[in-house]
Design a protein around this ligand. Structure first.
Ligand code: PLP
Length: 385
């Protein structure tokens, strides 16, 4: 039978969203201005933090955050092995050492025990990743680090805009939480992100490192009536988000919880239909709200690439989120990691597949994905067992 392709993801921007961009085109300002400021106020309201700043990607925002913390050569930053490369790459970019730790076998979230065991006098930060949309217990991590207030906690919230744990949203117990508005993320403007924090001193530094290191007053220099000189005291990067892209965000932020209800319904349908198949799924925490960024399954690693090929032949869009970062060539060759260094991450990364997943995934398309898993993938696994 000839079916249309089931896409891996779909954004929900429409031609109507172009109106916001047209409004920006009608102003003098194309880059960071009043539109972005309004979105930052929306983010402060949503997350209940005192500060929010838009950035042009998670990666550049996190890079600026490490620069604001003064992290560099000789310093160590703890990062889970099961994440996207960006979480570790930013540590390399500032010349510090990413110290990988393994994840929990059921949730695939960073093991707090492993992170605490990896702390040394050189540790300057920990980057817990709220993988797939579930939150690492930041409150517990912070409490366990009570004797090391010098260690910053930067939450990687690329998967977790809507998530909560014990009623707390991201940014509540950490130094800062950083979001991605990349094309596939739950809230998107194509490329973008945001940092939220309650730490005014850190935020002041971050405003500088996000814009070359220019003194904070200079950030709004175009709006000043008479020219004032600016200074540069710390080295920064270029991570500000232009209003042209920020204009795409307000409608999505206003409806994100509504969309989350649809995401939960799609996820629940998958979970019910796949429950009796020989697949592993991450455990859902019962004390949190899952942001439902990705829907992942795990098949025996020896069969994963065959299953990817089969899904491709069936025109089902899929992805791998993620292969264990320390076993990718750059990190393996630089630090000598092997598959055994972080076995839980390695095994998960060798068998994981992300299925088509988005709020508007229709039941017919979803049923086709389920049918292929049930009628073709499950027998393949059974035959090789
Ligand atoms: C997407 C992603 C990032 C990077 O986000 P960008 O905005 O593309 O820089 C970082 N961490 C995780 C876990 C991601 O999935």
């Amino acid at each position: 039978m000839n079916h249309g392709k089931v896409e891996f993801y779909r954004h929900r921007l429409t031609p109507e969203d172009a109106n916001g961009i047209a409004d920006v085109l009608g102003t003098l300002f194309l880059t960071s201005g009043t539109v972005g400021k309004a979105v930052e106020a929306d983010l402060c309201r949503y997350f209940g933090t005192s500060h929010a700043t838009l950035v042009n990607s998670w990666t550049n925002g996190a890079h600026a955050a490490l620069l604001a913390l003064g992290i560099g050569p000789g310093d160590e930053v703890i990062v889970p092995a099961m994440t996207f490369v960006a979480s570790a790459n930013i540590v390399e970019h500032v010349g510090a050492k990413p110290v990988f730790v393994d994840v929990e076998p059921d949730t695939l979230l960073m093991s707090i025990k492993a992170a605490l065991a990896a702390v040394t006098p050189r540790t300057k930060a920990i980057i817990p990743v709220h993988l797939y949309g579930q939150m690492v217990d930041i409150k517990a991590l912070k409490a366990a680090l009570a004797d090391r207030p010098d260690i910053a906690i930067l939450e990687d919230c690329a998967h977790c805009f809507e998530g909560e744990l014990d009623g707390d949203k991201p940014g509540r117990h950490s130094t800062a939480a950083i979001f991605s508005f990349y094309a596939t993320k739950n809230v998107t403007c194509g490329e973008g992100g945001a940092l939220i924090t309650n730490d005014a001193a850190f935020h002041g530094k971050f405003l500088q490192t996000r814009l070359h290191g220019m003194s904070a007053e200079a950030v709004d220099r175009y709006r000043q009536a008479t020219y004032r000189h600016w200074d540069m005291a710390i080295l920064g990067t270029k991570a500000n988000l232009p209003d042209l892209l920020a204009a795409l965000l307000p409608r999505q932020i206003a409806t994100v919880d509504e969309m989350l209800r649809l995401r939960h319904a799609v996820a629940a349908r998958y979970e019910a239909a796949l429950a009796d198949l020989p697949l592993r799924l991450p455990r859902n925490l019962d004390n949190g709200r899952h942001a439902r960024h990705l829907f992942v399954i795990h098949v025996p690693p020896a069969l994963r690439d065959d299953v990817l090929t089969l899904l491709g032949q069936e025109q089902i869009g899929c992805a791998v989120n993620f292969r264990s970062v320390p076993t990718l060539t750059y990190y393996r060759e630089k630090y000598g990691y092997t598959a055994d260094s972080f076995p839980v991450s390695y095994d998960w990364g060798a068998g994981v597949i992300s299925l088509p997943f988005y709020p508007t995934l229709g039941t017919e398309d979803q049923d086709r994905v389920i049918a292929v898993l049930r009628d073709k993938v499950a027998p393949l696994i059974a035959a090789k067992a």
